[in-house]
Design a protein. Structure first.
Length: 316
């Protein structure tokens, strides 16, 4: 059994490249699809019972940010931080890759009541849709990591399924799975925040109910599938039906050198703040210790000599 779990930088870079591709695909899909979506919202069970509360979108964004921040702190403090970070990136990359495909496949109208006001002006004339326009939109998305200012007209059409829900659900699942037992109560807090965030996104009509349902199902499924693969003994991992999937085969490659019998959820501060002496200080300390020992030996010799003289006087 190995004493530690290797973090393998090459595999981490590979997954990071996959994450960049997935994010790029989402930004490109939204930049393109905006001009083709209808602005009349579809019927939705939440919007039927609860009027649009646009102000809650702010708190939905904050909830997603807090969940992501909690996960980031967990990754930084965990003793196997690079392995957990790699797993999160890999799972999230698959989810966002699937999201990019669904955005392009089915063009859902935005759920806003006032979509004409909230969405940017669409380019209806095909001759005005050129590469420079899409490139400008793409760069704008990349510069803000896909976040849009809801106080201004935004690009619309990135629906089915919710990106905010992916982040909140996946963060809550990761925290729950990797938090040490001593701090397990934190997982309940992140789960509660994710639920509140989803509710805020729904009643603000930033997303349809089906977006949230699909995002929750897929995030839970991919997370569970990944960990069900890696928890199987490596000697029989390739024999199951799940190994037919590309997802499982790549997962097996990523986890090939991870020995799960020594994978412990434990916090270890990433930076050692212990003040260590320099080589010069160590040498100086050694000289001081040697001088003290020499002084002690000389003192003991003087005491022995004085005792000998006293005994000689007594005998005389």
């Amino acid at each position: 059994m190995r004493s530690e779990v290797p973090w393998e930088p090459l595999k981490l870079l590979t997954v990071l490249f996959f994450a960049i591709l997935s994010a790029t695909a989402n930004w490109a899909a939204l930049s393109y699809i905006h001009d083709f979506v209808d602005l009349s919202p579809l019927p939705d069970v939440i919007s039927y019972w609860i009027p649009q509360q646009s102000w809650t979108a702010f708190y939905g964004d904050w909830a997603a940010g807090i969940c992501g921040f909690c996960l980031l702190i967990l990754i930084i403090l965990h003793q196997h931080r690079f392995v957990i970070f790699r797993r999160f990136l890999y799972i999230a990359s698959w989810l966002y890759a699937m999201r990019a495909i669904t955005i392009l496949a089915t063009r859902l109208p935005p759920p806003f009541e006032d979509g004409v006001v909230k969405c940017r002006m669409q380019i209806q004339n095909a001759t005005h849709r050129h590469l420079e326009l899409y490139w400008h939109r793409f760069v704008e998305q990349a510069a803000t990591f896909g976040l849009q200012d809801t106080n201004k007209p935004i690009l619309c059409g990135d629906l089915l399924f919710s990106g905010h829900t992916i982040i909140m659900v996946l963060s809550a699942l990761m925290v729950r799975h990797y938090i040490p037992k001593k701090y397990y109560f934190i997982s309940h807090i992140t789960s509660l925040i994710s639920v509140v965030g989803v509710i805020c996104m729904l009643i603000s009509r930033n997303t349809y109910t089906v977006d949230v349902i699909v995002a929750y199902w897929l995030a839970s499924f991919v997370f569970t599938l990944y960990h069900s693969v890696i928890e199987v003994d490596r000697s029989i991992r390739t024999e199951g039906v799940s190994y037919w999937l590309w997802f499982a085969q790549i997962t097996e490659w990523l986890e090939r050198n991870v020995h799960h019998d020594c994978f412990e959820n434990k916090f270890v501060f990433p930076v050692d703040l212990t003040i260590r002496p320099t080589n010069e200080e160590i040498e100086e300390l050694g000289r001081e210790i040697e001088a003290r020992e020499k002084a002690i030996r000389e003192s003991e010799q003087v005491k022995k000599m004085s005792r000998g003289e006293e005994n000689l006087e007594v005998n005389l």
